[in-house]
Write a protein that binds this ligand. Structure first.
Ligand code: PGA
Length: 260
């Protein structure tokens, strides 16, 4: 797995929460306080667009947390009512953007759309956190072909120079959200190796060593260690637990302890 850069990445995805700027600030400050002693882990919080500007100054003060968005449009500027471009996100303080989350794919986003968004993010200087994941696992292992197609189509046309900037988040849809169960570390390990193989066939073994492959789907402080030790996770994409400063910082603490 990725040995060159030991540093783990933990990406919080607040989704459409919390419901006011005041609460968002409070949550962000509490997270910042609880992670203030951590040094090694890359900590990113992906906020609703509206909160980015206000929380930029807070994040600059506390320095530990980078900001990200949860989506980006594929065009750079122009007549696209309601959309937000990569340049706008970069300008407002985002450094990362989640692309192709299953909740957006559920609303109709195709691999082709996601591919255009990955490239738009890279053009704007943002790090795309590309989500891939199957909705179910079948005995014939068709889900492996499904993931392969997602990885290849979503990264189509991304050059070797930029591929190591992309973070891949493997998030099986069946493991996301309330009432779902996380994948096992072994299930993640299989997928981690599989995705890395697809990437090394496409981009070459050397470059792929630097690509981070993280796990998402019902991540909490109890299952973090298993995914690192038995799954070789380079980090995590965290939904619900990222809204709880105590849980979120516990997850990061475990990542810190694993990076010697
Ligand atoms: P969850 O969400 O951690 O609440 O399962 C993960 C995600 O959708 O990114």
């Amino acid at each position: 797995m990725s040995k060159k850069i030991a540093k783990k990445i933990v990406v919080g995805n607040w989704k459409m929460n919390p419901l006011s700027l005041k609460e968002a600030e409070k949550l962000f400050i509490n997270i910042a306080k609880s992670v203030s002693n951590f040094k090694k882990t890359g900590i990113i919080v992906c906020l609703p667009f509206l909160y980015l500007e206000k929380l930029k100054s807070t994040s600059q003060r506390t320095k530990k947390i980078s900001l990200g968005a949860q989506d980006v449009f594929w065009e750079d500027a122009g007549a696209y009512t309601g959309e937000i471009s990569g340049d706008m996100l970069y300008d407002i303080g985002a450094k990362y953007v989640i692309v192709g989350h299953s909740e957006r794919r559920e609303m109709g986003e195709s691999n082709n759309d996601v591919n255009k968004k990955v490239k738009a993010a890279i053009r704007a200087g943002l790090v795309p956190v590309l989500c891939v994941g199957e909705s179910m696992r079948d005995k014939n292992h068709e889900y492996l072909n499904f993931i392969k197609t997602q990885v290849i189509e979503c990264l189509n046309g991304v050059s070797k120079n930029f591929i190591s900037k992309v973070i891949i988040a493997y998030e099986p849809i069946w493991a996301i959200g309330k009432g779902a169960y996380p994948a096992t570390p072994e299930e993640f390990r299989e997928m981690n190796i599989f995705i890395r193989k697809i990437l090394s066939d496409k981009f070459g073994v050397k470059i792929v060593e630097d690509i981070k492959i993280i796990y998402g789907g019902s991540v909490d402080e109890k299952n973090t260690e298993g995914f690192i030790k038995a799954g070789y996770a380079d980090g995590f994409l965290v939904g619900r637990a990222s809204l709880n400063p105590k849980k979120f910082s516990e997850i990061i603490k475990i990542c810190e302890a694993s990076d010697k």
